[in-house]
Ligand binder design. Structure first.
Ligand SMILES: [Zn+2]
Ligand SMILES: [Zn+2]
Ligand SMILES: [Zn+2]
Length: 347
């Protein structure tokens, strides 16, 4: 089929060269966006760093798809967008599905690259790629200074993906293909991993309620969106804990130096994952805890993430319906059965 329909020309070497150039440019932009404005730094380069890196990775993926088949015609048919398949009457009361028109001059998008990878058993960590795509879209709408830390996180996260892909899928060494850009990425990645380990070790000393830890892990600096935040050493030395000094406990961002309260950020992360829309008939899944007054009581789990308060009565003794905090004064009955019982006693 592909042979009968003229395909746009595909130059595989050019595809690879383009991919590597985009990645190199992305890293250069990344380095520029982090320098002081005094020494030639430019925060606006964060956006082109992410755009270039994203484009470079997608080109590298397309290159891999193209070299997975022996025939250059097949390669082009995998990379360019195929003609639409339309149903036609076969003249005998049946339907035939046939390609209409030619292959398009445009190349496949992320969703189609995923499908090609599935078809050719090529594995890649899509979670990070999706995050990079989200970051790119998000950067288009924000002031770059607000996301410098986030961009730095992504460059670090991208490092192992790029390394594994180049080594296992392209059978090359990243340093050979990317030169100085690779060295810069490696150093940044090592710095990031070491710094994150320091942050994690420091939080482990900070008396965070254990059930709140998943929300702490999602926290980012409110100024630059970096995940490299830690408790200040003087708070740890003074024996302060997030659990009991929640109104004063701060974080320090190791990427931009910003300091602010940590608990409101943790609460924001918790609320975000429990978002609901009353217009769709959805109900809140967390509520104010009767014991500690924080908005950390998970209704379905019947416990508080902050103070670990639990219910005395978790189910109605008559109908087994799960009970809530406000049912506790009914001695183990749900609102309906408590009301019925009360009425029975009265009559
Ligand atoms: Zn920051
Ligand atoms: Zn509580
Ligand atoms: Zn009941």
């Amino acid at each position: 089929m592909a042979q009968q329909r003229p395909l746009p020309e595909l130059d595989v070497d050019f595809l690879q060269e383009n991919a590597l150039t985009s990645v190199r440019l992305g890293i250069e932009d990344f380095q520029r966006c982090r320098l002081d404005p005094g020494s030639g730094g430019d925060p606006a380069r964060a956006l082109s760093a992410v755009r270039n890196l994203f484009a470079g990775i997608l080109l590298l993926f397309k290159f891999k798809i193209a070299i997975s088949v022996a025939d250059p015609c097949d390669a082009a048919s995998l990379i360019f967008n195929p003609p639409d398949i339309q149903p036609q009457a076969d003249g005998a009361g049946g339907v035939e599905w046939t390609p209409v028109g030619r292959f398009k001059p445009t190349t496949i998008d992320v969703a189609t690259i995923k499908k090609r990878f599935d078809g050719f058993n090529i594995e890649v960590n899509w979670e990070v790629i999706n995050k990079l795509q989200t970051c790119r879209n998000h950067l288009e709408h924000l002031h770059p200074a607000n996301t410098l830390g986030e961009v730095a996180d992504f460059v670090a996260e991208l490092f192992p993906i790029l390394r594994d892909f180049i080594q296992t899928q392209l059978n090359e060494q990243p340093a050979d293909l990317l030169g100085a850009a690779w060295q810069a990425m490696l150093e940044h990645h090592n710095f990031f991993v070491d710094t994150r380990a320091v942050c994690e070790a420091a939080w482990a000393e900070a008396g965070v309620p254990p059930r709140m830890l998943p929300w702490l892990e999602k926290c980012q600096c409110e100024r630059c969106s970096s995940s490299l935040i830690r408790p200040p050493q003087d708070l740890l030395d003074g024996g302060a804990s997030v659990e009991y000094q929640d109104e004063t406990f701060t974080y320090l961002c190791l990427a931009c130096g910003h300091a602010d309260l940590i608990v409101p950020v943790m609460m924001k992360m918790l609320d975000k994952s429990h978002e609901y829309d009353p217009r769709n008939g959805e109900e809140a899944s967390v509520e104010q805890c009767f014991e500690c007054n924080r908005g950390t009581f998970v209704i379905a789990e019947q416990h508080c993430l902050w103070c670990e308060a639990e219910l005395d009565y978790d189910r109605c003794s008559l109908c087994e319906e799960p009970l809530r905090q406000e049912d506790q004064h009914n001695d183990g009955l749900c609102g309906y059965h408590a009301h019925t019982y009360e009425k029975y006693m009265r009559d």
